[in-house]
Design a protein around this ligand. Structure first.
Ligand code: ZN
Length: 182
């Protein structure tokens, strides 16, 4: 975002863009929270728990699910937010034409090769999802499915280790809490 010094303005633009794109979506928790709570939580974790100040990373966090989960296109993101934010979002976007199990395996395999910026977004994403599962799990998830999710998330995060030890230890704390519950 080197050509745009109005970082706060760009960040708010990303929040407004994501809120509009996700406006009809709900999370899978029992209360069906508004979807936008999730990307906002990622940016909150990065900025306020991780001390991450890079506006490119914070915008990518806000936008990280727009291509995967809404009709947003790569061109649309590039026009609005530039190539750097767009490439981070693409790095953390799953190919939905693939089977779910294949996508999950690819996340594990791709994690070590992500850029540092995409690793931060990935790490914050998994922290937020694990917190959601611990606090308010999807109504139809038995304990076994939660366990499998935590195990898989752990394998993905193995691939990003070293990018931010502070956030990694927050992730590890959530893994420990889940084991105490089981
Ligand atoms: Zn996410």
């Amino acid at each position: 975002m080197t050509d745009d010094k109005n970082h706060m303005g760009t960040f708010i633009k990303a929040v407004a863009f994501a809120a509009e794109k996700h406006r009809n979506q709900r999370r899978k928790d029992a209360e069906a929270s508004p979807y936008i709570n999730h990307p906002i939580a990622l940016a909150d974790v990065l900025a306020n728990e991780g001390g991450v100040v890079d506006p490119t990373v914070l915008c990518a966090a806000i936008l990280h699910d727009t291509i995967e989960d809404t009709e947003t296109t790569e061109d649309e993101l590039r026009d609005a937010f530039g190539p750097e934010v767009t490439s981070i979002v693409l790095e953390v976007t799953d190919d939905k034409s693939l089977e779910k199990q294949v996508r999950k395996q690819l996340q594990v395999e791709h994690a070590p090769h992500l850029s540092p910026e995409a690793k931060l977004v990935k790490l914050a994403d998994k922290i937020c999802i694990l917190r959601d599962i611990l606090a308010s799990p999807p109504a139809d998830w038995p304990a076994q499915r939660k366990r499998e999710y935590f195990d898989w998330a752990g394998r993905v995060i193995e691939g990003v280790r070293g990018v931010h030890p502070g956030l990694e230890s927050i992730f590890d704390g959530l893994q420990r809490r889940s084991r105490e519950l089981h």
